[in-house]
Write a protein that binds this ligand. Sequence first.
Ligand SMILES: Cc1cn([C@H]2C[C@H](O)[C@@H](COP(=O)(O)OP(=O)(O)OP(=O)(O)O)O2)c(=O)[nH]c1=O
Length: 200
Amino acid sequence: MKTLILASASPRRAELLQQIGLTFRVQPADIDETVAEGESAEHYVERLAREKALRVAGENPDAVVLGSDTSVVLQGEILGKPVDAAEAKATLVRLSGQQHQVMTAVALARGEVCQSHLSVTNVTFRSLSEAEIRAYVDSGEPMDKAGSYGIQGLGGIFVQELQGSYSAVVGLPLLETAGLLAEAGFPVWQNWPSCKESQT
Ligand SMILES: Cc1cn([C@H]2C[C@H](O)[C@@H](COP(=O)(O)OP(=O)(O)OP(=O)(O)O)O2)c(=O)[nH]c1=O
């Protein structure tokens, strides 16, 4: 396979790509993440994923570049990563007992050609007590995560129901990621070790 580059600083996305057997290089994309005037959450998330992939693809014309973005959306409002503990606490108070959407887009770019997919997952939180919100914020886990929680970590105990893709909530929809790679001529399974190899 051609060189695959993950245009992301997210350790979760790197772990998810490793999980499906891919080998890749990491080159985070430095882009402006400001929401445009009147922009919908769906448009914002997919635009950012595409901009991240295209930025790094522009610097690596021979590589296949994967970019992604995750936002938590509550009643249409985009909740990104918290700037401080107070914002994390306020976000968790708002998510308590509510359903929200986790929108994750994945984009695959080669040169100036880019294909993308938006995944929307409904997540419902049970009611959270003030004490557990405080303890969760004190753990530090919310700080680098959209919506101030990590479903794959301590925050997993807040989730009452999930409709959609678990991996997309963590940071990358694996089914669609593999689909985009296959469409681009790189079936993920081609990288899997055979039984013979893995036994040696
Ligand atoms: C909702 C949720 C988000 N997250 C994380 C995934 C992403 O790392 C982060 C969303 O922020 P992003 O801006 O999508 O990603 P990032 O800043 O970590 O990395 P980059 O922009 O370089 O790709 O939130 C979880 O780990 N678990 C969760 O349950």
